[in-house]
Design a binder for this molecule. Structure first.
Ligand code: G6D
Length: 339
């Protein structure tokens, strides 16, 4: 039998932060908070059966309140950058120079969500819900958003993101889970020892502001070629700026990504109905705050952000992230762990 615990976890301003933990007898456990519908801790056994945390987490509720790097956050309504923060005549918040990023400073990762929990024979689940409106989040259109984290007995964490647009206005929907992974356990070792495999033939060319230029580049012969399993550190040696890049992945080839850590024996397989994965290698992210009790530093984690391509609204023929009124969109990511 799995278990669910719910406890108070400090405050952000005057709001109470609640922490919900789902645990399975196989040694896996996931903790989420209602602030930003964030995943803050994920325990997975190593090959000896010792459960350790495989994501980067901040120290306390206050640290999450001050966070601007989206640790474990449900990023939305739209992940990544939107050029000039413009959508037609709509001006979104410009929170990345002249551009908009990750839903802005009032985005989903900064909102307090309601939640319910559920236990069935197959899985235990926490479901967060949020009424995303122009007044609260700042995007046009009203959207009922739902994000659920579901842990099954076998070792699979499923994150489902749903949006139902409410009224007569169109809105945008392209959320992601902004989780920084480190499979070594409690971030003992940097992610440069991890081995990565990706079903990606093409990446997007980015400009100096990290916005897609519109050109797709074949990965063949480049540092972006992870079609064969590759040690991350070897590639980063050839590409010292690391990765903050958009990998176009195949829907017909699942899992889309396999990440493994030889020393602990842990492996993560990601399958999703998303068409791209942004990988952010935290290169040069030497920040003055603590992550899992250690100072944040370069290559401590790998953010794996499954989504539709960033800035899609400015490129004809790219994924449609515009949600018509009274429409349901569902995005699913399965993270299967082996050890
Ligand atoms: C995302 O792509 C972006 C990065 O540029 C940003 O710094 C990070 O989120 C916080 O992965």
């Amino acid at each position: 039998m799995g278990s669910i615990t719910i406890r108070e976890w400090g405050n952000i301003g005057t709001e109470k932060v609640m922490c919900i933990t789902l645990s399975q007898p196989n040694g896996m456990s996931v903790s989420c908070i209602n602030y930003g519908a964030r995943l803050i801790r994920l325990l997975v056994p190593d090959r000896e059966g010792q459960s350790e945390n495989v994501v980067l987490g901040l120290a306390d509720a206050e640290a999450y309140g001050n966070d601007r790097a989206s640790f474990g956050a449900t990023v939305g309504p739209v992940a990544g950058r939107i050029a000039g923060g413009k959508w037609g005549t709509v001006q979104l918040e410009q929170n990345a120079g002249e551009h908009h990023i990750h839903g802005g400073n009032r985005g989903w990762g900064q909102q307090f969500w309601d939640f319910t929990t559920e236990e069935t024979k197959e899985a235990i689940t926490v479901t967060f819900s949020l009424e995303s409106t122009p007044e609260t989040v700042g995007y046009p259109g009203r959207l009922q958003a739902k994000v659920s984290y579901s842990l099954d007995k076998e070792g699979c964490l499923t994150i489902t993101m749903e949006g139902i647009s409410r009224d007569t206005e169109e809105t945008l929907f392209n959320p992601t889970s902004h989780i920084y992974f480190n499979l070594s356990g409690d971030a003992k070792h940097p992610i440069t020892d991890h081995v990565l495999q990706l079903s990606c033939e093409e990446v997007l060319e980015l400009d100096a502001d990290k916005l897609p230029t519109g050109t797709k580049q074949a990965v063949t012969g480049t540092a972006f070629d992870f079609r064969e399993a590759t040690v991350l550190g070897e590639t980063i040696r050839k590409r010292p700026q690391g990765f903050d890049d958009v990998f176009l992945v195949q829907l017909g080839r699942q899992p889309q990504l396999i990440l493994s850590d030889e020393e602990s024996g842990r492996q993560l397989e990601l399958s999703s109905n998303r068409s791209s994965i942004v990988l952010f290698s935290t290169t040069d992210m030497n920040e003055p705050y603590l992550v899992n009790g250690r100072p944040m530093r370069s290559h401590l984690g790998l953010a794996i952000e499954a989504q539709e391509v960033p800035d899609a609204i400015h490129h004809q023929g790219w994924n449609n992230i515009v949600l018509a009124p009274n429409t349901l969109a569902a995005r699913v990511q399965n993270y299967t762990f082996k050890w």
